[in-house]
Design a protein around this ligand. Structure first.
Ligand SMILES: Nc1ncnc2c1ncn2[C@@H]1O[C@H](COP(=O)(O)OP(=O)(O)OP(=O)(O)O)[C@@H](O)[C@H]1O
Ligand SMILES: N[C@@H](CC(=O)O)C(=O)O
Length: 611
């Protein structure tokens, strides 16, 4: 007998008829000789309705009361589903997060992380032959008031979309055979079908790729759910609630052994990696117009050179800086190609013409692990540890599973040692086997809920990045797509650089105010906020072995006349910031350029849903 955790989203339990149809599916799974735990979301758009009610009362509602309010949505759907099962003679019991012992952090209402799940009660009910229906998205925090022997029990929620996380966490705690996520699309598609109508269903995707897509805007899975599945090796499948097709399997590597206690908090970093076979080419002051990045990387790609990291920093006036890394023995070729491309890229008669700079003797050091998502303290801890050792960071690249810093080669050993000590992990080769037929791009995603912050004139010395990101981390602000400029300026006898990154729009104003205080201490320091941006990303493990992937993405944008404001890449993703208005067109263009479309329309609406 297998133990299966099934999760049904809001649309899947949006009406009485749909709840009855979910009950039928659950009973069928039981009849196939399985024990079943079901996690449900609130019916339809209930949670949105509750949020609106709160804002009708207060422009700034108390977060504790928000959790009290929002957690009620799931309590309705669990009770109704349990009744529907009992109606068809299937014994069932509904339980809230508190009743199943989902214990979360105390001080983070509305985005609490799960610390522990005590599965005893669920196991007892399963042993009695019942289906256990658990309210998704919620838990309880136990606060430790020293004067009282009994802890205060507070209701918490995990953040919007958090029912996926509840389901996978339960699967981990119960050591379930698999976790099935039922939703209103046939599985994970190459893009959001609401934005790209011919998006195609994937039969499988790796958890690293899915982590990137989920964090970059593909809301079909909550990124923290993928993180738990990856960390605990939980077989995870995403399927349609309306049909019996196999859906998409999310494949996880064999996990490092880890305790269930501190579930979402322990060991955010699995390993420290390094690569000394790196060299950097920077192009300074290239024109800020569509097609420049495409042209440059097409030239590089046509020579079969594999580019590793690419950053294009915020522009100054009407020019950009682009820097990229290649394997050390390709440096001369990459530099010659860039030099040869310069005249075509440059604006004639510029008083300050574009130039190419190269640097060898550099190394890339990285921390790897799924736990960096939404946990701003992890990157900050890395930058602080390096700063304390006097290691200056030249380039930063962040992804959902890795933070990489380019440093001087002579600092590499020290950097690795301090990072291993800081995160209590070992050095890892970082190489994972990727078969030749792995596609360069598995899927694309768009995030319209980001804002870009740029800091000008940050002192180019160890500790500057650490200071900025630690401050944001202390206030719980997650950052993504960090880009440090190549161009240095001499200010007050010292060199200074620019730094740009994205934060969620909700956090943007707060982050700007916090940073204004820091930059005021630096000569000519300045904070700039742009809320009218879109982040469009392509994700695929295969891109490391496909020269020209970046060029193809940049070309797709330039053909539509879309200007790229900044570029940030990691080994498995390329993200571009473009203006907000161009976001959807950019997504569609990239999807088409990589041939991801099926030619057939797959929208949620074409699926025949029960009423
Ligand atoms: N790459 C993608 N593949 C599939 N769906 C995607 C993708 N990117 C975005 N989506 C969107 O995600 C939606 C499914 O997630 P959503 O959170 O709305 O549903 P749910 O989990 O069933 O509901 P709830 O959030 O109430 O639990 C789809 O309808 C689709 O529009
Ligand atoms: N009901 C919650 C949680 C979820 O559906 O996953 C929300 O709408 O965000």
């Amino acid at each position: 007998m297998a133990l299966i955790v099934q999760k049904y989203g809001g649309t899947s339990v949006g009406t009485v008829e749909r709840i009855q149809s979910v009950a039928e599916r659950v009973r069928k799974t039981v009849k196939e000789n399985n024990s079943v735990v079901v996690v449900v979301s609130a019916m339809g758009k209930t949670t949105d309705g509750l949020v609106k009610l709160a804002y009708d009362i207060s422009p700034n509602p108390c977060q504790r009361e928000m959790d009290m309010l929002l957690s009620t949505g799931e309590q309705v759907s669990i009770a109704l589903l349990s009744m529907a099962l009992q109606e068809i003679a299937q014994p069932a019991i509904s339980l809230t997060g508190a009743q199943v012992g989902i214990v979360t952090e105390c001080d983070r209402h509305m985005r609490a992380r799960i610390l522990q799940i005590k599965p005893d009660r669920i196991q007892r009910h399963l042993g009695e032959g019942r289906v256990v229906i658990v309210a998704g998205f919620q838990g309880v925090a136990l606060s430790n008031d020293e004067d009282s022997e009994i802890p205060d029990v507070e209701i918490t929620t995990l953040g919007r979309g958090g029912s996926d996380t509840s389901a996978v966490a339960l699967a981990a705690a119960l050591k379930a055979d698999r976790c099935e996520i039922y939703t209103d699309v046939p599985g994970i598609l190459t893009a959001d079908p609401r934005l790209v109508p011919d998006a195609q269903l994937m039969s499988e995707i790796t958890s690293d790729e899915m982590l990137e897509l989920a964090s970059l805007g593909a809301k079909v899975l909550h990124p923290r759910a993928v993180e738990i599945a990856r960390n605990y090796g939980i077989p995870l499948v995403v399927k349609s609630s309306w049909e019996d097709a196999p859906g998409t399997t999310v494949i996880s590597p064999v996990p490092f052994p880890r305790p269930l206690e501190g579930l979402e908090l322990v060991h955010p970093v699995d390993a420290v990696e390094f690569d000394t076979d790196q060299a950097k080419v920077s192009l300074l002051r290239v024109p800020d117009r569509p097609g420049v990045a495409a042209q440059l990387f097409e030239c590089i790609g046509s020579q079969d050179l594999d580019v590793d990291l690419i950053v294009q920093s915020i522009h100054e006036g009407n020019s950009n800086d682009i820097a990229f890394t290649v394997a050390a023995n390709y440096l001369q070729r990459a530099a010659s190609i860039s030099e040869a491309a310069l005249p075509a890229l440059s604006t004639s008669n510029s008083p300050n013409p574009a130039e190419v700079m190269t640097e060898d003797n550099i190394a890339k050091v990285s921390i790897a692990g799924a736990g960096t998502i939404g946990r701003p303290g992890v990157a900050a801890q890395m930058f602080t540890a390096l700063a304390e050792e006097g290691v200056n960071i030249q380039m930063i690249s962040t992804s959902e599973v890795k933070v990489s810093c380019v440093v001087k080669a002579k600092d590499c050993d020290r950097a690795v040692e301090i990072l291993c000590r800081t995160f209590q992990v070992e050095v890892h080769s970082g190489q994972c086997a990727i078969s030749a037929d792995t596609p360069p791009v598995r899927g694309v995603a768009l995030d319209l809920k980001q804002a870009r912050l740029a800091l000008r004139n940050i002192p180019d010395r160890p500790g500057s990045a650490a200071r900025v990101f630690q401050l944001l981390a202390d206030r719980g602000v997650s950052v993504d797509t960090i880009i440090q400029s190549q161009r240095c300026r001499a200010i007050g006898g010292a060199t200074a650089r620019d730094l740009a990154f994205t934060v969620s729009q909700e956090d943007a104003q707060n982050a700007k105010t916090l940073l204004e205080e820091v930059v005021s201490e630096w000569p000519q320091g300045e904070v700039m906020l742009d809320e009218e941006v879109a982040k469009v990303s392509a994700v695929g493990m295969g891109m490391v072995h496909h020269p020209g992937t970046a060029a193809k993405m940049f070309r797709a944008l330039s053909e539509r006349g879309i200007n790229i404001q900044t570029i940030a890449t990691s080994e498995i993703k390329i993200s571009c910031i473009v203006d907000r208005e161009s976001g959807i067109e950019a997504l569609q263009a990239i999807h088409a350029a990589f041939g991801l479309g099926s030619g057939e329309k797959i929208t949620s609406d074409v699926y025949t849903k029960p009423k």
